[in-house]
Design a protein around this ligand. Structure first.
Ligand code: PEP
Ligand code: MG
Length: 531
């Protein structure tokens, strides 16, 4: 038995898993070429068609977010821009497998070189399509997996992920990969533990692994004490999960019986699949910029459909749709400004929207149209001066007038603001024209402590529990109460049991958290003491 090896990567989907290691490799069999361009052309056409059929069948069988991802793959396979160069190579005498590999390699390299994390993550979809077609060209069978298998390799493809029966347990440990890949999204929504970015792994001789996707630790060939620690952690996890699931379905109340609203944060409508709306008091933050990461700036209709789906899911509960918060750590190709010396202090959030009325107005139209389908509120990110609210309100009024003139059904939702820039948190009363406040503790912390949220070296200083941050939150809550303005908090500290007592002591009675944190937050609220 080889020596135990411990590696640390990035958690991409939380949980614990252990079982036999299964290596994910590129197609194992090599196809022998026929040597005849016409036969090679026919073989490639057939393999692509078979892959399209297989992915479509999988999409029909899975539904939900997975179906969207698979439809996206089908669309890519049917796109001549992808397949055309491969057929040209075959026509010029290259064999089908080599032509397909070379064409896909070019495309994959293009995506991998992208600056944006989202586009880089799309390279995994292309690797998936490359392998699906190569397997069919080689006539290779599907890999049979043992129960609770830990899949490992460079990356895992969405089709491979979806072909696994995860109800039998198991997890994923990848040397590359990304938490923003489609597979990571799928893993989170299905509760499959996943760690990415482990670096080059020498798997020789290793037969089993433990994956701790809470901390990002992966243990190859675990020793006896690792196994017993794993069993203990699993038992604690199961107990905690049971308690959290029960708590999630109850309204949140403090030890003194005071009701606290717990809402959820989402980025895309697909995230809501499988979540029971009864666990939350609404959606406190929709990070709409993630729709803009799907490839280009979405048109009005695409945005309208996404917002409508979210509003209908939550109705009659309120939904706070935040206007595009691009920039900073969320660049969008063709929209955000490239070479800013300090993007977190640059043209991000509402600053960018006001600079790009062409983009902002499309989003406001989509939001006003979707608003008839639920209880919508619009929220502006990164507000720094009250005039930004006025300028955004003018734009909203203008699109409302446009929609009225066109006879298009719509509503004008209330317009509130994120309180995430210290200039607002210090003097919140100057922003009384906002319909509501939502404290963005992530940015408020980085700007108050002058330590960027994405620089590991200063992560110790980037502490939401800093007394200055807590004092600012208390100030905002007190001012909102005095002004009769609704106030909530949608930064990560709202779902962190370590911070919940301080938030409640600061007077906050509403938080918005990531969906998997609802139960944990409600349990922490239940033990908090209201002043
Ligand atoms: C925040 O800053 O706390 C927040 C919720 O917004 P984001 O994390 O999207 O910047
Ligand atoms: Mg923010």
């Amino acid at each position: 038995m080889p020596q135990t090896v411990e590696r640390r990567g990035r958690p991409a989907s939380p949980g614990l898993a252990a079982g036999p290691l299964v290596r994910l490799e590129a197609p194992r069999q090599i196809r022998t070429t026929s040597g005849d361009p016409a036969s090679e052309q026919a073989a490639l056409t057939a393999a692509v068609a078979e892959a399209v059929d297989a992915i479509r069948t999988l999409a029909d069988a899975t539904g939900g977010d997975a179906a969207d991802i698979l439809e996206f793959q089908v669309a890519m396979l049917e796109d001549e821009a992808l397949t055309g160069p491969a057929y040209e190579r075959v026509a010029a005498g290259t064999d089908a497998a080599a032509a397909w590999s070379a064409t896909l390699a070019e495309q994959i390299a293009g995506y991998e070189a992208a600056e944006d994390d989202y586009f880089r993550a799309r390279a995994a979809d292309l690797r998936d399509l490359r392998d699906e077609v190569l397997r069919r060209l080689a006539g290779e069978d599907e890999l049979a997996l043992p129960e609770a298998a830990v899949l490992t390799g460079e990356d895992v493809t969405p089709t491979r992920f979806l072909s696994v029966d995860w109800s039998r347990g198991g997890g994923i440990a990848l040397s590359a990969g990304s938490p923003s890949s489609h597979v990571a999204m799928l893993a989170r929504s299905r509760g499959v533990p996943m760690v990415v970015g482990l670096g080059e792994l020498d798997l020789s001789g290793h037969e089993a692994a433990i994956v701790d996707a809470y901390s990002g630790r992966v243990i190859l060939s675990p020793a006896d004490d690792h196994w017993s620690a794993y069993e203990t952690a699993r038992a604690a996890e199961a107990k905690r999960a049971g308690e959290e699931a029960t708590a999630a379905h109850r309204p949140a109340t403090t030890a003194g019986g005071e009701r606290i609203a717990v809402m959820i944060n989402v980025a895309e409508p697909e995230e809501l699949d499988g979540i029971d709306p009864a666990i939350c008091d609404g959606i406190g933050l929709v990070r709409t910029e993630f729709l803009f990461h799907r490839g280009g700036i979405p048109d009005e209709e695409t945005q309208y459909r996404a917002y409508r789906r979210i509003l209908e899911w939550a109705a009659p509960r309120p939904v706070v749709l935040r206007t595009l918060d691009a920039g900073g750590d969320k660049p969008i190709a063709g929209l955000t400004i490239d070479d800013e010396s300090n993007p977190f202090l640059g043209t991000r959030g509402i600053r960018l929207c006001l600079a790009r009325p062409d983009v902002f107005r499309v989003q406001l139209r989509a939001l006003a149209r979707a608003a008839v389908h639920g209880n919508a509120r619009i929220m502006l990110p990164m507000v720094t001066v009250p005039e930004e609210i006025d300028r955004a309100a003018e734009q909203l009024d203008a699109v409302v007038a446009e929609l009225t003139a066109e006879g298009v059904p719509h509503a004008r939702p209330p317009l509130g603001i994120m309180v995430e820039v210290p200039a607002v948190a210090v003097v919140p009363e100057l922003f009384r024209r906002a319909a509501f406040f939502s404290i963005g503790s992530n940015d408020l912390t980085q700007y108050t402590t002058a330590s960027a949220r994405d620089i590991a070296a200063v992560s110790g200083l980037n502490d939401a529990g800093h007394p200055a941050v807590i004092a600012l939150i208390g100030r905002v809550v007190a001012a909102a109460r005095a002004l009769g303005i609704d106030v909530s908090l949608c930064g990560d500290m709202g779902g962190d049991p370590a911070h919940i007592p301080a938030l409640i002591a600061a007077g906050l009675r509403s938080v918005s958290v990531a969906p998997p944190q609802v139960g944990r937050a409600k349990l922490a609220i239940a033990t908090a003491v209201t002043p």
